[in-house]
Write a protein that binds this ligand. Structure first.
Ligand SMILES: CCCCCCCCCCCCCCCCCC(=O)SCCNC(=O)CCNC(=O)[C@H](O)C(C)(C)COP(=O)(O)OP(=O)(O)OC[C@H]1O[C@@H](n2cnc3c(N)ncnc32)[C@H](O)[C@@H]1OP(=O)(O)O
Ligand SMILES: Cc1cc2nc3c(=O)[nH]c(=O)nc-3n(C[C@H](O)[C@H](O)[C@H](O)COP(=O)(O)OP(=O)(O)OC[C@H]3O[C@@H](n4cnc5c(N)ncnc54)[C@H](O)[C@@H]3O)c2cc1C
Length: 618
C-alpha cells in the first residue's frame, strides 16, 4: 500500500484483520523497529531485508517467569567465549525462562532476546541478542531451545504468547545488537557501532547498536545504558494513540446505539426518548468522548516527540532522553487506565446488549486492557514519571529553568483559582497546574520528612509512593488538558470547528476537576461557589454537545467492518443486525442440540436413556 508511517501501517494491518489480533503483531511492532534502531549498519544490511520480506519472523523476548518489571533482575545469561567468538545463551533456572513474548510460541523463527551480558568474568547488565529459534526450512525448533505457548489468556487469543529457554546455546558474536555497546577485537569499521556491543551465539548476534563486545571479549559500554530500552520507549509512545483508538471506538458504538435505543415513556403515554437524551447517559458518555479526543491529541504529541528525540539520538545528542522517558511512561499509563475504565462504562451504557459479543465492546476491552500491563506495568511507569518530577522539583527549588511541560513545578502555591461562571480555558489550565504543582510538592515534602526522620532513601521512596503516584497522575492529566487547549487554539481550525471542540475541551477539563475535587480543594484553591460554577457548566455543556454527539463520533471515521459491532452500525439498523447475529449462531443451526440427547433427555425421559447413550457414543 506504500504506507511509510509506522503507526499508520500498524493501524492499517489491524483494520485488515479487525476481528483477530495479528500473530505477526510483534514482528512489525517490536522486532523490525529493534533491528532498525539497535543494530549496526552491517547487521541491518543482513537482517532487515529478510525481516521485511517475512523470511525472518521475529518477536521481542525480554520478560521471564520471574521478572518483567525489573529488567536488571533478568536471569537469562549471554556469556562471551573469546576462543570461539560466540555467546553462550543459557536459562539457568526455572524463573529465567522467557514467558509472555507475543507471537513467540508458534509463529516466530527468530527473536531478539534480552540477556545479562558476561564477558571477561564481569557482568554488564541486560543486552540484546538476535537468536534463531526455528529452522528456516521446515520451522522445526532448533537444538538447545525449548519453546511453546503459555496457554489461554484474558484476550489476544490469536497472538501466541510463548515461553522459551536456552540450554547453553551458542550464537555468533555478530548476533549481539551492538549499535550502542560492543565486545571484542573488532574490525575498524565496527567502531561505527555507536553506543555499545559482545559475543558464543555468533558474536554477530548481539544487537550491537548501543554496546559492543570485541573479539577478545573487551566490552565497550554505550553512551547511556538506557539506550537499550529504546524499543520499549517507542511502543509506549505508540500505545497512547492505540488506547485512544480503543476508547474512541467504544464511544462510537455506545453513542450511536444510545441515539437509536429508546427506553421508558418520558411521561405516562408519552414517547420513549432516545436514551442519549437522559442526562445520566450524557454524564457517563460525553466525558468519555472528550477523553477520547484528548488522548488522540496526546498520542499524536508524544509520538511526534518520540520522532524528534529519536532524531537527536541518531545525531548523538541524548539530552532529551529523560524527558521522553518520563512523558511516554506516564502517558502510556494514564491513557491505558482511562481507556480501559472508559470502555467498560461504554459497555454498561449499552445495557444488556452491551454484554453480547455482538456489541463489539468485549473485543475492544480485552485488546486495550493489557496495555495497562505490557510495556511496563502502569503503576511502575507512573513511578518512573514521578522520579523525573522529583528531580525537576529539586532543580526548580535551586532556581534552575525547567523544560516546557514541567515549568509549572515549584510555582507559588498561595493562589486562588480565577474560575468564574464562564469557565475560561485559561482558568482550567491554571487549576490543573496548581493541582499538579501541589501534589508534586506534597510528595517531595513527604520524602524529605521521612529521610529527615531517619529513613533510608529507598524506604522513603516506598513510604511516599502513593503520593508520588498521585503527583504523576496529576501531571499527566495536566498534560492532556493543556495539550487539548493548545490544539483547539491552533490557527488552522475553522471557527465552527473551534466552537464545537471548545465545548468538548471544556467538558474534559471541568469533568476531570469534578471527579477529583478533593485534590483541587484540599488547600482551598477553589471555593465552594466556584465548584458550583463548574457543576452548572458541566450540565450546560451536556446540552451543548448533545446535538453534535453523533457527528462527533462519526468524525472518528471508523468503518463498520473495523468496529465489528451490531450496536455501533453507521446505518443504525441495530435490531435487525442483532437478530441476524443471533440467527447465525452455530447453536441455531440445528433444531435440537446434541446435549439434549446426552444430558436433558435422561432427566426428562429416563426410560429412553439407552437411546441417549447410543447417541452420545455416535
Ligand atoms: C512500530 C511502531 C508502531 C507500532 C504501533 C504499536 C501500537 C501499540 C500496540 C500494541 C501492540 C504491542 C503488543 C504488546 C507488546 C508488549 C511487549 C512487551 O511488553 S516487552 C516488555 C516490556 N517490559 C517493560 O516495559 C519492563 C518495564 N521496566 C522497565 O522499563 C525498567 O525496569 C524500569 C524503567 C522500571 C527500571 O529500569 P532500571 O534499569 O532498573 O533503571 P532505574 O530504575 O535504576 O533508573 C535509572 C535511571 O534510568 C532512567 N530510565 C529508565 N528507563 C529509561 C528509558 N527508557 N529512557 C531513559 N531513561 C530511562 C530512570 O528514569 C533513572 O533515571 P534517574 O532518575 O537515575 O535520572
Ligand atoms: C498481553 C501481553 C503481552 C506481552 N507481550 C510481551 C512481549 O512481547 N515481550 C515481552 O518481553 N514481554 C511481554 N509481556 C510481559 C509484560 O511486559 C510484563 O508482564 C510487564 O512488563 C509487567 O511485568 P510483570 O509481569 O513482572 O509484573 P510485576 O512487576 O510482577 O507486577 C505485579 C505487581 O507488582 C507491582 N510492582 C512491581 N514492581 C514494583 C515497583 N518497583 N514499585 C511498585 N510496585 C511494583 C506492580 O505495580 C503490579 O501491581 C506481555 C504481557 C502481556 C499481558
Amino acid at each position: 500500500m506504500g504506507i511509510t508511517d509506522m503507526q499508520e501501517a500498524f493501524y492499517y494491518r489491524e483494520c485488515a484483520a479487525a476481528h483477530e489480533n495479528s500473530p505477526l503483531g510483534l514482528h512489525y511492532a517490536m522486532f523490525l523497529p529493534t533491528i532498525n534502531k539497535q543494530a549496526t549498519p552491517e547487521q541491518k544490511k543482513k537482517w532487515l531485508p529478510l525481516a521485511e520480506n517475512y523470511k525472518m519472523i521475529g518477536t521481542y523476548a525480554q520478560t521471564e517467569l520471574g521478572h518483567g518489571t525489573f529488567i536488571r533482575g533478568l536471569e537469562t545469561t549471554a556469556t562471551y567465549d573469546p576462543k570461539t567468538k560466540e555467546f553462550i545463551l543459557d536459562s539457568p533456572t526455572l524463573t529465567s525462562k522467557k514467558y509472555w513474548p507475543g507471537c513467540l510460541g508458534k509463529t516466530s523463527n527468530h527473536c531478539v532476546v534480552m540477556a545479562q551480558l558476561y564477558t571477561q568474568g564481569k557482568s554488564h547488565g541486560p543486552h540484546m541478542f538476535m537468536v534463531q529459534i526455528r529452522s528456516m526450512e521446515d520451522h522445526s525448533v532448533l537444538p538447545g531451545i525449548e519453546v511453546g505457548v503459555i496457554g489461554n489468556k484474558f484476550g489476544y487469543g490469536t497472538n501466541d504468547n510463548g515461553f522459551l529457554s536456552f540450554d547453553k546455546l551458542r550464537i555468533p558474536r555478530e548476533n549481539m545488537l551492538m549499535r550502542y555497546s560492543q565486545v571484542g577485537r573488532i574490525p575498524r569499521e565496527n567502531m561505527l557501532m555507536r553506543y555499545s556491543q559482545v559475543s558464543r551465539i555468533p558474536r554477530e548476534n548481539m544487537l550491537m547498536r548501543y554496546s559492543q563486545v570485541h573479539e577478545d571479549g573487551t566490552y565497550v559500554k554505550p553512551q547511556n545504558a538506557k539506550l537499550a530500552y529504546g524499543s520499549m520507549v517507542l511502543i509506549r509512545s505508540s500505545i497512547v494513540s492505540d488506547a485512544a483508538r480503543g476508547l474512541a471506538q467504544a464511544c462510537v458504538i455506545s453513542i450511536r446505539y444510545s441515539a437509536v435505543r429508546r427506553q421508558t415513556e418520558a411521561y405516562p403515554g408519552g414517547e420513549e426518548p432516545q436514551i442519549l437524551d437522559y442526562q445520566t447517559q450524557q454524564y457517563r458518555l460525553f466525558p468519555l468522548l472528550a477523553s477520547a479526543y484528548s488522548l488522540q491529541l496526546a498520542g499524536k504529541y508524544v509520538f511526534n516527540t518520540y520522532l524528534e528525540v529519536n532524531d537527536q539520538i541518531e545525531k548523538g545528542n541524548l539530552e532529551s532522553m529523560p524527558e521522553l522517558h518520563a512523558l511516554s511512561a506516564g502517558l502510556k499509563a494514564f491513557s491505558t487506565y482511562e481507556a480501559s475504565a472508559g470502555i467498560e462504562v461504554c459497555r454498561i451504557c449499552c445495557g444488556g446488549h452491551g454484554y453480547s459479543q455482538a456489541s463489539g465492546l468485549p473485543k475492544i476491552y480485552v485488546d486495550v486492557v493489557p496495555g495497562c500491563t505490557y510495556e511496563g506495568e502502569n503503576t511502575v511507569m507512573m513511578l518512573q514519571t514521578a522520579r523525573y518530577l522529583m528531580k525537576c522539583y529539586s532543580r526548580a527549588k535551586q532556581g534552575q529553568k525547567l523544560p516546557g511541560f514541567v515549568q509549572y513545578i515549584g510555582q507559588n502555591l498561595n493562589k486562588k483559582s480565577c474560575m468564574s461562571e464562564e469557565v475560561a480555558l485559561g482558568c482550567l489550565v491554571m487549576a490543573y497546574e496548581h493541582r499538579a504543582a501541589r501534589l508534586v510538592e506534597a510528595a517531595a515534602m513527604r520524602m524529605q520528612s521521612l529521610i529527615q526522620g531517619g529513613k533510608k532513601q529507598h524506604e522513603a521512596w516506598n513510604g511516599s509512593s502513593v503520593q508520588l503516584f498521585w503527583a504523576a497522575k496529576a501531571h499527566c492529566h495536566l498534560f492532556c488538558v493543556k495539550n487539548f487547549v493548545d490544539a483547539i487554539q491552533a490557527k488552522s481550525l475553522s471557527s465552527k470547528t473551534v466552537t464545537v471542540m471548545k465545548s468538548v475541551c471544556q467538558l474534559y477539563g471541568v469533568h476531570g476537576i469534578l471527579e477529583n475535587l478533593g485534590e483541587f480543594m484540599q488547600d482551598g484553591f477553589f471555593s465552594g461557589e466556584q465548584v458550583g460554577y463548574l457543576q452548572r457548566k458541566m450540565l450546560a455543556l451536556f446540552e451543548n454537545i448533545r446535538p453534535n454527539a453523533v457527528a462527533l463520533v462519526d468524525a472518528f471515521d471508523y468503518p463498520d467492518m473495523v468496529l465489528g459491532s451490531c450496536l455501533g452500525r453507521y446505518d443504525g439498523q441495530v435490531y435487525q443486525a442483532l437478530y441476524d447475529y443471533a440467527k447465525s449462531a452455530p447453536m441455531n443451526q440445528t433444531e435440537i442440540h446434541s446435549t439434549y440427547y446426552k444430558h436433558l433427555k435422561p432427566l426428562i425421559n429416563p426410560e429412553t436413556t439407552s437411546d441417549a447413550m447410543q447417541f452420545a457414543k455416535l
